[in-house]
Design a protein around this ligand. Structure first.
Ligand code: SF4
Ligand code: SF4
Length: 447
């Protein structure tokens, strides 16, 4: 399939252009110290929760596996610091509910040295062994989806992957962690791309980078391997280009059919953060115990990109970054797709790419905004990248006609990008309504 951006430079249809607010784009990655206690939820991924393999009172080393995968669509968890297991119990999680978690009291003498894992020659591994090695790292999509990476890199029998698409768009306002990874860890990223190409059998890889990150694109181009099968392509900046279907359309001018995966076009999409982490962890046989998080927003005194041990409570992260205590809203992820958290006891998990802090004055005019009836202006329809009718979906949601939303108005194609809510002059919380409707349909299906 030919790359569209080579000759047209066009993006996907519709979408929006929110202010970038990428104030931390120049902020180098800095390491966050250990909090006194780290809380590692057993479910940081889509799929079955992991099974604990340690007991309360047991000492654990930094990097040691503390929970194993429970089946194929599951991943292990590793100790982010050396310490002792203080509890295995329900704790508040970023998803809002309480989740079974392993709580580690960190030894004061714990260092940043990873004390677990053995080097392995990934280059000599056949594809299926690379996939198993990826599962052992506990890797999930670090762009926020948290889908187990080994499952994504597994090519079903009869299918063929031609292209690995590497998502370096980072289209959400405020977030810059992927930008910094591309600039500072380009060699790790190239190694991770090579492993993913070998695992999937892809003959080429295309890194899509939005044109508001020229430094990232140039850095990657400088370290491209001599084989000539990895390419860096700039795509016009537009939200939600970080969605894999939108990026494929921007690069190739084709649409992934409704209800299908990129695999149906011979493609697999992975985020730059995920592949950079795999490039670093796989050769040394270690697990995922930390990730880069953009901590920013008007309520943060020392905004930046921090390498955060997984399980660190948000309260500790915000304290370190100098967040104001009168913060009114804390959002995990970006402002378009992220979720507000109710408790600062929630830990940073594998899918958390950003922590945004807004003060009372930043929320003025937003919080408690009055919702008006739909005026049929069509702005939401104009902005929906999936070509849905959010206005109609919103009306059906208000009438609780959830089945109709799914069967006739393609609710399943909505990936909750928030463009419709962003553009609606009546302040109708469309995407929130769609989340509720989807949840109800999922529960009905499960029952
Ligand atoms: S309907 Fe869904 S996919 Fe379309 S703009 Fe709204 S949130 Fe995005
Ligand atoms: S943008 Fe809002 S007011 Fe306009 S048609 Fe859509 S739901 Fe109605």
């Amino acid at each position: 399939m030919k790359l569209l951006s080579y000759f047209r430079g066009e993006a996907f249809q519709r979408g929006v252009h929110p202010p970038g607010c990428k104030h931390t784009a120049e902020a180098p990655i800095r390491r966050l110290p250990f909090a006194p206690r780290l809380t590692v939820p057993l479910s940081q991924h889509i799929g079955k929760p992991s099974r604990p393999i340690v007991r309360v009172g047991e000492e654990v080393l930094r990097g040691q596996p503390i929970a194993e995968a429970d089946g194929w669509l599951s991943v292990p968890q590793h100790a982010p610091a050396t310490g002792v297991v203080e509890a295995i119990e329900l704790r508040p999680s970023a998803r809002g509910s309480w989740a079974e978690s392993i709580v580690i009291r960190v030894y004061e003498a714990s260092t940043q040295e990873v004390l677990w894992g053995a080097p392995q020659d990934i280059d000599a591994f056949p594809p299926q062994d690379i996939v198993l090695a990826v599962q052992r790292t506990g890797m999930v999509g670090l762009g926020g989806a948290a889908f187990p990476s080994h499952a994504k890199l597994t090519v079903p029998q009869g299918a063929k992957v031609e292209t690995l698409v590497v998502n370096g768009c980072e289209c959400e306002p405020y977030l810059t962690c992927d930008h910094r990874l591309m600039v500072e860890r380009a060699a790790d990223l190239m190694a991770g791309i090579r492993y993913a190409m070998r695992a999937t059998g892809a003959g080429r890889a295309i890194v899509g980078v939005e044109d508001n990150k020229p430094e990232a694109a140039e850095t990657l181009r400088r370290v491209l391997p001599p084989q000539g099968d990895i390419f860096v392509e700039k795509v016009p900046t537009k939200y939600p280009q970080g969605s894999e279907k939108m990026l494929i359309t921007a690069l190739f001018g084709v649409e992934v059919p409704s209800g299908k995966l990129p695999l149906s076009l011979g493609m697999v999409v992975n985020n730059v953060g995920t592949l950079a982490a795999l490039g670093k962890l796989l050769p040394v046989g270690q697990g995922l115990i930390e990730r880069v998080v953009t901590i920013t927003g008007p309520g943060v005194a020392r905004p930046g990109n921090y390498l955060v041990p997984l399980g660190t409570p948000l309260s500790f992260v915000l304290d370190y970054a100098g967040a104001q205590t009168q913060a009114r809203q804390v959002i995990l992820g970006g402002p378009m797709m992220g979720q507000a958290v109710a408790s600062l006891d929630v830990p940073v998990t594998k899918g958390v790419s950003g922590v945004l802090v807004f003060r009372g004055e930043d929320m003025a005019g937003r919080e408690g905004r009055k919702t008006y009836p739909c005026i049929k202006c069509g702005e939401c329809v104009e902005s929906c990248p999936m070509g849905l009718n959010p206005s109609m979906l919103g009306m059906l949601a208000a009438r609780r006609e959830y089945d109709l939303m799914g069967s006739q108005y393609h609710l399943g194609d909505c990936f909750e990008c928030g463009c419709c809510t962003y553009t609606c002059p009546s302040n109708i919380p469309l995407v929130q309504q769609f989340r509720v409707a989807k949840q109800i349909l999922r529960e009905k299906a499960a029952a």
